[in-house]
Design a protein around this ligand. Sequence first.
Ligand code: ADP
Ligand code: MG
Length: 340
Amino acid sequence: MAAGALLLALLLPSACGRRTGYLTDSFLSMDTVITVSLGKDTPDAEKIFAECRRRTEECRVIFDAHDPASALSRLNASAGGMTVPDELADVVSLAARVSEASGGAFDFTLLPVSTLWRNAEARGSLPTGEELAAALALRGAGSVSVVREDGAAVVRKAPGQTLDLGGIGKGAAEMTLLSYLSAESGAPYGVLSFGGNVAVFGEKPDGTPFVIALRDPSDPSGTAAELELSGGEFVSVSGDYERYYEIDGEKYGHILDPETGFPADGGLLSVAVVTHDGALGDALATALFVLGEEKGMALYRSEKLAFEAVFVRDGGLTATPGLAGKIRAAEGFVFDVSAP
Ligand code: ADP
Ligand code: MG
């Protein structure tokens, strides 16, 4: 699994990309490589690793849209909604908030569109305009709501609507694991990586902050910047360089523009979001990639949602004011901290 770890959007810790001083466990779940790194003196690390795998699987069977037995697939198969586990209802509520705050850039009702792209890749030709129009017909996060009935959480949706929580589910699962690691496991400190989502907990014995490297999207072996994180912080990266559909030799990014159903092009190579809430950070990274820097900064300034962000363009990056002093751009990157 060491080779798999190199595929991560973030390298840990610092630019060397090696996790010395940690006990680590890597496994595949939720379509991504998950790595749990615990301080090297952590007692009972093997037990903690096993518990992390178990809890991850518990999350997967809720959020996995491609497993027909998952709670999400059952919700998708229902006509107009149904009672769901609280974990699913909470994530749908948060997804709806991000959708609203981002003016619809984050749209978790695009499952028919992403399924269309998957099929297009399999058959080797682009989706047609007609196919896209049909897949877009049922989109609209505004038709989805979460209500409480007799103490149970119920998600309502338009008949036939199907939800895709691929832009938020990994962050939600990561948050579940981080609360276990920081509050229950007994591990003093560590790092959790879910593909493009990384979180840290506790304090390192030497008191120094955790430093993670943001990958250079145009040179996957290079670094765009280094970012300092403190225990309890999450960073989520979205870009189109790592996951895409390949059709006729062309790459089509997996983050979709909800207006057109085509890959989003907000003018960014990638965007990193720093939060105290992993699900919010995951969803926002996807939303900001669609919005681009200017509209993304407007969302930041609106203070509707609490986050900091790094916008990565070709050869340059801009960080929001709260990251001043915590981020160092790599050589060759033109670096800017945006005015508050
Ligand atoms: P990754 O899954 O690689 O971590 P993201 O968090 O950015 O990347 O999520 C991308 C996934 O979100 C896509 O694979 C798809 O399932 C879903 N998605 C695509 N476009 C959107 C969008 N505009 N809003 C919300 N979810 C989206
Ligand atoms: Mg995301």
